[in-house]
Design a binder for this molecule. Structure first.
Ligand code: GLN
Length: 486
């Protein structure tokens, strides 16, 4: 579909340095891809601006890895002069006056923003079906989801429309769709990348993430994005590192762990076998592969804990969406501020968002706080303490990133009465502890991809990426990915 954009940044960079393509060629190719998008991946575009920026770049040097390369951003990153709605009706028409730090840092590295991607409304959700522009589908099968909430970013990188798309990850919103779309999805340690300009969902768990076509690209992107930002007081002041060196020098730690109960619970035979093959291949390569008995009760607590904490935080974070400061005026003639706000929020949010605000408000009510919010905080602490015990003796947690094929659209249900499967929520551990976590392709079942996930200790982002690089080479060598899925 595209001529250049289906290649990784590494390959495009070589072409730019050698003068075989120009940044404008790449932007035009990206625009062609966007126009032929099959999955409903885009919210807003900024083609003219992108073309103008591309024309200004006359030369790309060897050390300018990202310069002249197009990228996309999920629609919850503020982008100066480009409409940003977080796929919510309540923000229609909102045009930010500034760029999110993640966006401005990529621009500073010479990258060119071409479009904004669809998402689950306000980043709440994991299906890619709740945005105001409708469903974003899986590039490998239009009857299935690509997952969310960073659905458009995953679908776009997967379709070869751009080699990099920003996403955000509060529960698994980059790492799960990466698994369903055969892309590399990375979320950095909490605080490693500034969240300034990223619309907050659940602040204590929100992390900037991104999709690329390989691990090496991800490591360069992290280098460009990381570092202290005075606009985000929670951004870490630890020294920036050159994360690519970990990958290029194969600098890994040696102890790889898995949860015994997870392995025993995998139903899908293909995923289970690929996972076991990978663990075996890692041990052949000299890694110590260790089983860990993570308590089942804590695994079952993941979903309720996540729901209570994330809904509580999002209820408070989104209280500013009252229809006055941002977004369209509600129809009708409200008489009071309360009426105005009620009308704006009633018509501006989908049912899913309202449900979450009800849960959040309920758990924050003073009468319920002890029983719900405080208990969830304690459960989070226990989940993280146990993970920290794991990390006392093991360097990495390696888990399948998804446990089935991407669900069919008509299989989705909004009922919250059935007991959730802990496997579907296991990646939230990475957000509870703030750990760096990476998903990359592992295999293909009936033409549908699935991924593997690597999580490491806080601020060991480089080691996580480097093990990802090792797995990437094992997966290719073992031919686990038989062919590029079309
Ligand atoms: N599936 C999670 C949710 O529904 C993930 C959201 C996210 O990471 N932004 O909230």
């Amino acid at each position: 579909m595209t001529k250049w954009m289906n290649k990784p940044i590494s390959a495009l960079h070589d072409l730019l340095v050698k003068g075989k393509v120009t940044p404008l060629d790449l932007v035009e190719d990206c625009i062609r891809g966007i126009e032929k998008d099959r999955c409903n991946s885009f919210e807003a575009t900024c083609f003219d601006k992108a073309r103008a920026e591309a024309k200004r770049i006359t030369q790309v040097k060897e050390e300018e890895y990202l310069k002249g390369i197009p990228f996309l951003a999920k629609d919850n990153f503020s982008t100066k002069g480009v409409e940003t709605t977080a796929s919510s009706r309540i923000l229609e028409g909102y045009v930010p006056l500034y760029d999110a730090t993640a966006v401005s840092r990529l621009r500073r590295a010479g990258m060119i923003l071409v479009a904004k991607t669809t998402m689950d409304e306000l980043a709440m959700g994991g299906t890619g079906t709740t945005g105001h522009k409708g469903v974003t589908t899986n590039p490998y099968d239009a009857t299935r989801i690509v997952g969310g909430s960073s659905c458009g970013s995953a679908a776009a990188v997967s379709q070869g429309i751009a080699p990099l798309a920003l996403g955000s990850d509060t529960g698994d919103s980059v790492r799960k769709p990466a698994s369903y779309s055969q892309t590399v999805g990375f979320k950095a340690t909490w605080g490693r990348i500034s969240r300034f300009g990223l619309f907050p969902f659940a602040t204590s768990m929100d992390a900037v993430g991104f999709f690329t076509r390989n691990v090496k690209d991800a490591s360069y992107v992290l280098t460009a994005l990381s570092g202290r930002d005075k606009m985000d007081m929670s951004s870490s002041s630890r020294k920036r590192e050159r994360y690519q060196n970990y990958v290029l020098e194969h600098r890994t730690l040696k102890r790889v762990g898995y949860f015994r109960h997870v392995l025993d619970s995998i139903q899908d035979e293909t995923i289970r076998k690929s996972y076991l093959d990978l663990l075996h291949a890692l041990s052949e390569k000299g890694y110590e592969v260790l089983a860990y008995d993570y308590p089942e009760a804590l695994l079952d607590a993941l979903y309720p804990t996540y729901m209570i904490l994330s809904c509580a935080e999002s209820t408070s974070n989104n209280a500013n969406l009252d229809g006055i400061r941002f977004g369209p005026r509600p129809d009708g003639t409200p008489q009071t501020y309360a009426q105005y706000m009620t009308m704006a929020r009633t018509s501006g949010f989908s049912d899913m968002i309202k449900r979450r605000f009800v849960i959040g408000g309920f758990s924050l009510l003073s009468a319920n706080q002890e029983e719900m919010f405080n208990r969830a905080q304690k459960a989070r602490r226990m989940i993280v303490d146990e993970m920290n015990r794991f990390f006392d003796s093991i360097d990495y947690l390696v888990l399948p990133a998804s446990y089935s094929k991407p669900p069919h659209l008509d299989e989705l249900t909004t009922a919250w009465s059935t007991k959730p499967d802990f496997l579907d929520n296991i990646l939230t551990i990475g957000n509870f502890g703030g750990y760096p976590s990476l998903t990359l392709p592992l295999g293909v079942e009936d033409g549908l991809p699935f991924g593997i996930n690597v999580t490491g200790r806080n601020f060991e982002d480089g080691y996580v990426l480097s093990l990802g690089g090792e797995i990437e080479s094992i997966v290719q060598r073992c031919d686990i990915i038989a062919q590029e899925v079309k």
